[in-house]
Design a protein around this ligand. Structure first.
Ligand SMILES: Nc1ncnc2c1ncn2[C@@H]1O[C@H](COP(=O)(O)OP(=O)(O)O)[C@@H](O)[C@H]1O
Ligand SMILES: [Mg+2]
Length: 216
């Protein structure tokens, strides 16, 4: 059976799940756990990420995350992200959903509102315009927001040898990003589940299991 979402048609057995949150909060760790849970429950899972997810989008990711001598303006950042997102939707997300698969994505549209909106100060109006044109009504069915205070995520990031252009932003930037994520979660409670990611891993995983149980 087919279901429609905006201008998109996908299989009724497909699900689009996104994981959001600031750097170091535990998204990659959560993705592995959720992928295993979904697979154990008989779902065919496609794991992907933004920025990136296709050959061209991964090249765009490099431009976004590398440090350059020239500044990258907020609007440039936003447009590059949406350029990569277009490739990602067409090449990976849409075909997988049409084939009845569950797409598990490390960051998606909410990250643009949180980072380029909350973090960089671009208006929601500008982002909404791009969202309308590029997503054409495509929305995640479920978004897990991993939330933890800045200092917790920073502590976890200390084990990382290299920090990219965005990871090296200052505390105030990440505070704005986190606040915007929480605001969006409050505005869309039907789609968002906020996970307290500051807790030890087993407790984080227990919360994720509960969310998955409720959702499926
Ligand atoms: N709940 C947790 N408690 C303690 N450490 C964690 C927890 N979740 C993840 N970590 C660790 O924190 C670091 C960052 O996690 P990661 O999943 O890479 O974050 P992200 O993908 O959000 O940047 C990793 O070393 C990971 O093992
Ligand atoms: Mg990660």
């Amino acid at each position: 059976m087919k279901k429609t979402q905006g201008n998109w048609e996908s299989s009724s057995s497909s699900h689009f799940i996104t994981i959001e949150g600031i750097e170091g909060v535990g998204k990659s760790t959560a993705i592995t756990f959720i992928r295993d849970w979904l697979t154990e429950h008989g779902l065919s899972v496609v794991v992907t990420r933004e920025p990136g997810g296709t050959e061209v989008a991964e090249e765009i990711r490099r431009v976004l995350l590398n440090t350059h001598k020239e500044p990258i303006y907020p609007e440039t950042e936003l447009l590059l992200l949406f350029a990569g997102r277009m490739q990602h939707i067409q090449e990976v997300i849409k075909p997988a959903l049409q084939a009845g698969k569950t797409v598990l994505c490390d960051r998606f549209i909410d990250a643009s509102y949180a980072y380029q909106g909350g973090g960089r100060g671009i208006s929601d109006h500008f982002i909404q315009m791009l969202e309308q044109e590029i997503l054409q009504g495509l929305q995640p069915n479920l978004t897990l927001l991993l939330d933890a205070p800045y200092h917790v995520s920073q502590l976890r990031l200390q084990q990382r040898s290299h920090t990219d252009r965005i990871e090296s932003e200052h505390e105030a930037f990440f505070q704005r990003v986190r606040a915007k994520y929480l605001k969006r979660a409050e505005q869309s409670p039907e789609r968002y589940r906020v996970i307290n990611a500051a807790l030890p891993l087993p407790k984080v995983q227990r919360q994720m299991k509960e969310v998955l149980h409720d959702f499926f």
